[in-house]
Ligand binder design. Structure first.
Ligand SMILES: Nc1nc2c(c(=O)[nH]1)N[C@H]1C(S)=C(S)[C@@H](COP(=O)(O)OP(=O)(O)OC[C@H]3O[C@@H](n4cnc5c(=O)[nH]c(N)nc54)[C@H](O)[C@@H]3O)O[C@H]1N2
Ligand SMILES: Nc1nc2c(c(=O)[nH]1)N[C@H]1C(S)=C(S)[C@@H](COP(=O)(O)OP(=O)(O)OC[C@H]3O[C@@H](n4cnc5c(=O)[nH]c(N)nc54)[C@H](O)[C@@H]3O)O[C@H]1N2
Ligand code: SF4
Ligand SMILES: [Mo]
Length: 764
């Protein structure tokens, strides 16, 4: 049976087909109906029969046809000679890649090569499943990723607490009665490290059930319209707020570890560190009354079940790791960990590769090496992405000369983007696996385009790991590419093989792929020969089938004949749902102690820095109050980032229906701050930080805390040489120009793109 159903809407010349498919753009994984006529997408509607999303959809989901038909989207490989781009055959493009890679390896050795992995990798059928193989083949010591401008603090805290950096607990939102949301705006993002269709609808249901939702955010976001309370906070002070909640819970003897009480280690250490952080002590720093902090702590404790949830606002900030760690801590000490309605671990039908424990439990070491130029310590194998420009631009041993970008646009997305923009042309080899000629890829020597979502099958790999239900959904390609267009997994494998020294003679895709699968067979204690005998071909489809079959409901290739295989999903185009989240922390713990480490030494070691931050604001605020400062933070303005539901990081501004209408790249500023700085609604403001200056239209609003201004990220499409005809007409400004590359969360290296001190002034 196929996932496409021909409907009765026939005409003389055309037949409308309705394909059922999952939207791959974000973690909501919505089911879609895609109406196609004469090879053209005519309409995209929600799939009400989708077992997971049940008809939920956002405006981006309706634009997959626009992405497919976008004339700017690259269909053929591109080779650049000086400033001139030309289309090339795949054979020619791969030969050029091989030549460029060999050149760098011969002249400078492997240490001169690196790669950058961007966000869509996680959402892509092929890239998500094969990035690991690329890494293994390439054997490069240093890599960069969007991870260090995203969830690196959470990866660090999960590695230390549970033993695996990608085993990340998520809110069981559909069953909770109290939802405390910090530094996340599902109104725009649709949930992050939280896969749940219609997060806002679920928040409404929490309240309909008699529960409560509270949002802690410097901005009164759209999410606040679905909450009982908005608690404005000074950016970067969430760790102090959370420690004060913990302080209250210890002080009032309210600690309850619930079902995990036998397996928590370090509670006494936690109690000691929380002692210093009384709500009264941190109140000025967070600019939240001590009584509010105490009340929220008591509410979380008193609720039948509750969730404390934090996301990018808590990661992309100065105290990202402390804040990310404390989120889990609060759930644990209030008895809301690993139980329905609390913070739980997802159980994917097909386990995600990154969550597998290939190594025995071990202590995590950090700083095993340091970046060459800045001396930044390695954390989980990476240094801040802002190091990349200086590693390319600074001569000496180990200078980066070769770079592969994989579905990433760091010239927009990373701090100090202008420095990277200036460094990239110095590379001797830059290859981009990317679908557009954009701000980053215009510097490449070769661009190898992947497929648009509608051209390839889909079954999410990583996202189900933090989903509120154990479900799954497979979609076949609607417009399969011609045979000579390699899929991204083949592109990745080829480039990895070139870096490993293979050439056309020695490169054998099928053998490498079989080897990859055989390695996984060993992990799951399956006989590779038996497993391989089930398939005629490989690639991500086989990998998806394999993971389903060895997963918790799988058929294990016959051992469990009633079990699931990918075919079951092909036969059920609206998806298969195996039920809600299950308690399972005992199965997933991979720490040397076998316990949940609630107070990791490495993280506690960062507390003096937080204390200094609290002391700093207490001394400034006493001076400021005598000076009569109007600012809510008393320390000048600070900048935070935001998202919008009609935008997707940097790369969907080329979709006309999403960018039309009101300008969304504006500076949100409180009326008091507008008055003080002399800017007015609709006028142009100059925003400056130690890193740079931008000019941007002003939007005065009561919906932001005084002392804080907000800019969206992902804009700044005014670079010459990019081929984004619509985005360039709605260029906006890149807020990362204001982000100093060295402003990071000290212990994870994650960029602190929130809480940047800025000055605002009228233009002209
Ligand atoms: N100031 C500030 N900066 C931020 C953030 C912030 O909140 N504030 N957020 C950060 C976060 S969370 C993230 S994840 C990063 C994102 O940072 P990046 O991952 O570097 O940037 P994206 O904008 O996601 O760019 C995606 C790239 O992938 C390409 N692409 C899209 N689809 C495909 C595909 O199917 N295949 C291939 N091969 N390529 C594809 C696009 O053309 C684009 O070049 O930005 C970070 N930067
Ligand atoms: N439509 C759309 N959806 C997306 C994306 C997109 O670009 N567009 N990007 C995707 C990606 S890659 C990611 S990582 C996720 C992110 O998903 P979310 O984490 O939900 O990200 P945002 O919507 O940016 O919301 C972050 C909130 O943090 C607040 N904030 C900033 N600094 C602080 C702080 O110091 N403390 C507190 N408490 N709050 C703070 C901001 O004001 C903002 O409201 O979204 C994903 N989904
Ligand atoms: S919320 Fe929107 S972008 Fe995200 S999966 Fe659903 S339709 Fe796609
Ligand atoms: Mo992200």
């Amino acid at each position: 049976m196929s996932n496409s159903v021909a409907t009765s809407e026939h005409t003389e010349t055309s037949e409308r087909e309705v394909h059922i498919r999952t939207c791959p753009l974000c973690e909501a994984m919505c089911g879609l109906q895609i109406h196609v006529e004469n090879e053209e997408v005519k309409l995209i509607r929600p799939d009400r029969d989708d077992v997971w999303s049940k008809g939920y959809i956002c405006p981006k989901g309706t634009t997959l046809g626009h992405i497919y038909h976008d004339p700017d989207r690259l269909r053929e490989p591109m080779i650049r000679e000086r400033d001139v781009w030309r289309e090339a055959t795949w054979e020619e493009a791969f030969a050029r890649c091989k030549e460029l890679i060999d050149g760098v390896l011969e002249r400078h050795g492997k240490s001169a090569f690196t790669y950058y992995v961007g966000n869509p990798t996680v959402h892509n059928f092929s890239l998500g499943r094969y990035i690991g193989l690329f890494q293994a083949l390439a054997g490069l010591d240093v890599c960069y990723s969007a991870g260090t401008i995203d969830q690196w603090p959470k990866n660090v805290s999960c590695r230390l607490m549970y033993g695996n950096s990608w085993v990340i607990p998520a809110p069981d939102l559909p069953r909770t009665s109290y939802f405390l949301v910090m530094g996340a705006n599902p109104h725009a993002s649709q949930g992050s490290l939280l896969a749940c269709p219609d997060v806002l609808g679920e928040m409404d249901k929490v309240r309909e059930r008699g529960g409560k939702c509270v949002v802690v955010d410097p901005v009164r976001t759209g999410t606040c319209n679905h909450a009982d309370e908005w608690v404005p906070i000074v950016p970067g002070t969430d760790a102090a707020f959370l420690l004060a909640m913990a302080h209250t819970i210890f002080e009032e003897d309210l600690v309850d570890l619930g079902d995990v009480s036998e397996i928590v280690s370090g509670l006494e250490d936690l109690r000691k560190v929380a002692e210093d952080f009384s709500p009264e002590w941190v109140s000025e720093t967070c600019d939240i009354p001590a009584e509010t902090i105490r009340r929220i702590a008591r509410e979380v404790v008193a609720a039948p079940c509750a969730i404390v949830y934090g996301r990018i606002g808590l990661c992309n900030q100065e105290f990202g790791t402390l804040a990310s760690w404390l989120i889990d801590v609060l759930n644990i000490i209030t008895g809301n960990f690993d139980r329905p309605g609390g913070l739980m671990f997802g159980t994917p039908i097909a386990p995600a590769m990154a969550t597998l424990n290939f190594e025995p439990p071990s202590e995590q070491e950090f700083g095993r090496w340091h970046s060459r130029v800045r001396g930044a310590p390695e954390v989980l194998g990476q240094v801040p992405v802002s190091c990349l420009s200086e590693e390319i631009g600074t001569p000496g041993d180990g200078q980066i000369k070769g770079l592969i970008t994989i579905a990433g646009n760091p010239v927009i997305s990373s701090p100090e983007p202008e420095a990277l923009d200036e460094a990239l042309p110095q590379l001797e080899c830059m290859i981009s696996i990317d679908n557009w000629l954009n701000e980053t890829t215009r510097h490449a020597h070769v661009i190898l385009p992947g497929l648009s979502p509608l051209e390839q099958p889909h079954y999410d790999e990583m996202i189900w790991s933090w989903a509120v239900r154990s479900a799954g959904n497979y979609s076949p390609a609607i417009f399969p590419p011609s045979d000579d267009h390699p899929q991204e997994w083949e592109i990745l494998t080829r480039l990895g093989a070139y870096l490993a020294g293979m050439d056309e003679e020695t490169f054998d895709l099928a053998t490498i792929d079989d080897g990859f699968l055989s390695g996984l067979c060993a992990y799951f204690q399956m006989d590779p020969e038996h497993v391989l005998s089930h398939y005629e071909s490989g690639g991500p489809e086989r990998m998806a089938d394999f993971m389903i079959r060895v997963g918790p409901w799988g058929d294990r290739y016959g051992e469990n004949p009633e079990g699931l295989t990918l075919q079951h999903f092909k036969d059920n185009p609206h998806g298969i749902d195996m039920g809600p989240m299950l308690p399972r922390v005992r199965d997933i713990l991979h720490t040397p102690s076998g316990m949940i480490e609630i107070a990791p030494e490495y993280i506690l070691g960062d507390l003096p820095r937080l204390k200094a931050r609290v002391e700093r604001s207490r001394s400034t605020s006493s001076t400021a109050s005598t000076n009569g400062s109007a600012s809510g933070t008393a320390e000048g303005l600070v900048l935070v980032s935001r998202r919008h539901v009609r935008s997707n990081n940097s790369w969907m501004h080329n979709v006309k229906v999403l960018v039309k209408g009101k300008d969304r790249c504006t500076l949100l500023i409180h009326p008091d701050d507008a008055k003080r700085t002399g800017v007015t609604d609709g006028s142009l403001a100059q925003v400056s930080s130690e890193a740079g200056t931008v000019e941007v239209p002003v939007e005065v609003t009561e919906g932001i805390k005084a002392g804080v201004v907000s800019l969206p990220h992902g804009w700044g499409h005014n670079k010459s040489g990019a081929r984004l005809s619509i985005a360039s007409e709605h260029a906006g400004i890149n807020n990362n120009i204001l982000a100093p590359g060295t402003f990071v969360d000290a212990i994870s290296g994650n960029a602190a793109v929130n809480g940047i001190p800025v000055e605002v002034a009228p233009v002209g």
